[in-house]
Design a protein around this ligand. Structure first.
Ligand SMILES: [Zn+2]
Length: 292
């Protein structure tokens, strides 16, 4: 019998239920036949027909929207961030033994591109379980279009529905972190891999827009300091490359970057489109481990 997405997810959540805890009372959970996760105090979370579980009791954030995730997904599918995906797989394989079953969590996974790609890796596929968490319902709904072997959850990163000391890898890619929760759910021998933008990231767009773009007071020094106050830094790696871009990809790229959010569509057309033929991807990857 061929299982549909909901049934597959019920099986998957049942198999992995021991890592979950109730988002409300933090008690154990079990999977009920009526396709829901329920805790011993009766708090109930439905598995959706698309195969994810909503573990928050309110509507998700307003900042991200369907259009942004669609634009991001188009750019991802063009391969712009493939060198990053390769590097993430390499780091997971480098720091963790391949012969034991492990949990890989993408915290702030958005539309799930990286986790979907990583879960296809031959070595990781057989030895890993994958959990994707994001606050955005639109993001998680898109994520479920991919690999049905991933436990997709809508949840607040500040209150993850996971028991302590369960994750071998926590990925946090170009997304805000919650280190208290990361340290809580991370196994003592696990690793956190965080990806942050570096100063040259999309410099071509910045150069054209000058004063018109949002002045980001983003400082990598500050990010590094906060990272290292919670985790021991065991490696850092720079990833810098050029990517050729056509007009339609450039429009999608602009939609997905917050720095152009104050510009009108007309300004974007006249100031940017047709003026850029390649962009710079400049990232830093931090690898941290539990700090005793
Ligand atoms: Zn509960």
């Amino acid at each position: 019998m061929k299982l549909n997405k909901l049934e597959k997810s019920r099986v998957l959540f049942s198999k992995n239920i021991e890592i979950f805890r109730c988002a409300i009372c933090k008690d154990h959970m079990m999977v009920k036949n009526n396709n829901s996760l329920i805790c011993s105090n009766g708090h109930c979370f439905d598995i959706s027909r698309k195969g994810y579980v909503n573990l928050i009791n309110r509507s998700s954030n307003q900042v991200y929207n369907q259009e942004l995730f669609e634009a991001r997904n188009k750019i991802y599918l063009r391969g712009c961030y493939d060198p990053l995906t390769k590097e993430l797989i390499h780091l997971i394989e480098l720091y963790l033994p391949m012969n034991h079953q492990k949990y890989i969590l993408d915290a702030g996974c958005g539309e799930g591109y990286y986790l979907n790609q990583i879960s296809k890796d031959k070595k990781l596929y057989g030895t890993s379980n994958f959990v994707g968490i994001d606050l955005s319902k639109e993001g998680i709904r898109m994520a479920t279009r991919g690999n049905s072997k991933i436990l997709w959850c809508i949840s607040d990163l500040a209150n993850m529905p996971l028991k302590s000391d369960k994750m071998d890898v926590i990925l946090n890619i170009l997304s805000p972190a919650n280190y208290e929760e990361f340290v809580r759910v991370l196994k003592k021998d696990g690793i956190v891999i965080k990806v942050i933008p570096e100063p040259q990231y999309l410099k071509e767009i910045r150069a054209l827009l000058g004063d018109r773009i949002k002045r980001d007071h983003y400082s990598n020094e500050n990010v590094m300091r906060v990272f290292q106050s919670h985790l021991g830094l065991i490696a850092e790696k720079k990833l810098n490359y050029q990517w050729e871009i056509n007009e339609s990809d450039l429009r999608n790229l602009i939609k997905m970057t917050p720095m152009t959010s104050r510009l009108t569509a007309e300004e974007i057309e006249t100031l940017v489109i047709r003026k850029i033929s390649s962009i710079t991807i400049d990232l830093k990857i931090l690898v941290g481990q539990y700090k005793s």
